[in-house]
Write a protein of this length. Structure first.
Length: 141
C-alpha cells in the first residue's frame, strides 16, 4: 500500500501523526498490497468502535490515536499491533480503562494475536487533532 492509500484512512499530517501499519521491522511475513489494505481497514474499524464516554465520538476520529504499528504474523507468532495513544486530558476518568478497551477491540481483528497500548501526553491532545467528521458530529462545523 502506498502513502496515498494510507492517507485516505489517516487524518491530514498536520492534525495527527501518520498511522503506519507497515510495522517497525520486516521480520514478519510480507503482506501484499491488498492484504495490507484489508488489515489496515479492519484495525481502523476496530479503533472506531471505542468511544470516549464523555464525548459522543470514537477515539480514532477524536485524534486520540497517535501511532499504530502492525507486525504481520510469522510462522512462530501471530500478528502484533503496537498503539500509541493519548486521552483528551490526563485526568480523564477512564484513563485506567481506555487502553484495555482499545486492546480488546483490536484483538478482535483477524490475524492480530497481540496488542500493546501505550499512553502518552506528549504532545497533549487538542481539538485540532479531531477529524472533520468528529467536528461535524459535535456541531463544530
Amino acid at each position: 500500500m502506498d502513502e496515498a492509500d494510507l492517507s485516505a484512512l489517516s487524518p491530514p499530517r498536520e492534525k495527527r501523526d501518520v498511522i503506519d501499519l507497515g510495522g517497525p521491522s520486516s521480520a514478519g511475513k510480507l503482506l501484499s498490497e491488498s492484504e495490507m489494505s484489508e488489515v489496515t481497514g479492519r484495525i481502523v474499524d476496530a479503533l472506531k468502535t471505542v468511544y470516549d464516554p464523555e464525548i459522543p465520538v470514537d477515539i480514532y476520529e477524536l485524534g486520540l490515536i497517535y501511532q499504530v504499528d502492525f507486525e504481520p504474523p510469522t510462522d512462530e507468532t501471530g500478528g502484533e499491533v503496537k498503539i500509541l495513544m493519548t486521552l483528551t486530558a490526563p485526568g480523564c476518568p477512564v484513563a485506567g480503562e481506555m487502553p484495555g478497551w482499545v486492546e480488546t477491540a483490536v484483538k478482535r481483528v483477524d490475524g492480530v494475536d497481540r496488542v500493546d497500548v501505550d499512553m502518552t501526553f506528549d504532545p497533549p491532545w487538542s481539538p485540532e487533532r479531531m477529524s472533520d467528521e468528529a467536528k461535524l458530529e459535535l456541531g463544530w462545523m
